[in-house]
Design a binder for this molecule. Structure first.
Ligand code: BGC
Length: 282
């Protein structure tokens, strides 16, 4: 697998390898990290050495539904069992996370998955579930859990000025960094963008399938301009599986980044979460 090097956003989305986070050590030195990306369609994991190199090809299984918190922990343990040993764990989770606890799990509260009708039992099961503690108990290793877009962003931002990250996949993720430090997470995905339709409903995977790539891409650029007006970002990075459907022409100060950042951000998460972000990823 490719090395993680200086964060170099490209103007074309690349496949599953990346040139992202700068090295934080040398192979064989420093902790190894089990980096997990929990997605609406797939659970992905790899073990990264201290430089951010993957020590093993990324492992992936389809996200099973219905998915209770206990089932997720079991699935992640199974994924980890096939990977090299690790010293610590980083998880990107598709919902609101505070201090390792899940405040919302929009994709997992419906028994049949994203977009389905939430089941009260699953809503209760996910509410306030301490995923970091559950993984620590299951593996005996320290764990950090943060929103998935926050983790992806940790891999790709340059560390200069106010940087925004948008991920386009099953749902729409956003993350914000100030001089490289992760800022508290906002659930833009659930904020109305057009009439009463949220970012998720206008730009998520279900909407893209319905509208087709051309119409969907137009909406993405409208949303990016809304975000620019709201945040005055210095730079905006767009990642996630569907980012490859955008371009080749990009608005000013916007670049596309590799989807593998979801895994590779697992290392940078431990560095970019001082200050206010301590609330976000403990
Ligand atoms: C969730 C976000 C998440 C995004 C991408 C949205 O549905 O609300 O928290 O970052 O999907 O997975």
């Amino acid at each position: 697998m490719a090395a993680t090097r200086s964060p170099k956003p490209s103007n074309t989305a690349a496949p599953e390898t990346t040139d992202s986070a700068p090295p934080t050590g040398r192979p064989g030195e420093g902790p190894t990290t089990l980096a997990i990306d929990v997605g609406g369609t797939g659970l992905k994991a790899s073990v990264l050495d201290a430089t951010g190199q993957m020590e093993h090809a990324r492992a992936r299984v389809d996200t099973p539904y219905p998915l209770s918190p206990q089932k997720l922990v079991m699935e992640l343990e199974k994924l980890a069992a096939d990977l090299p040993p690790f010293d610590r764990i980083s998880v990107g989770f598709p919902g609101m996370v505070r201090k390792g606890r899940i405040l919302s799990a929009p994709h997992f509260v419906a028994p049949d998955g994203p977009g389905g009708t939430p089941a009260p039992k699953l809503v209760r099961a996910w509410q306030d579930f301490d995923l970091a503690a559950a993984l620590e108990e299951a593996t005996g290793k320290p764990a950090k859990v943060a929103n998935d877009a926050d983790v992806q962003g940790a891999a790709v931002v340059e560390g200069k000025g106010f940087e925004a990250v948008v991920t386009l996949g099953t749902g729409v993720g956003t993350a914000f960094f100030s001089d490289g430090q992760l800022l508290p997470h906002f659930e833009f995905a659930h904020h109305p963008l057009r009439r009463d339709l949220t970012y998720n409903e206008v730009l998520g995977e279900a909407a893209r399938r319905k509208a087709g790539d051309k119409k969907w891409a137009k909406r993405v650029w409208e949303a990016v301009e809304t975000l620019r007006a709201l945040t005055f970002f210095d730079h905006c990075y767009i990642g996630g599986g569907n980012s490859a459907r955008l371009g080749p022409e990009l608005p000013a100060a916007v670049s596309l980044v590799d989807n593998a950042a979801g895994i590779l951000g697992g290392i940078r998460l431990w560095e970019r979460t001082g200050g206010a972000a301590g609330e976000v990823a403990r």
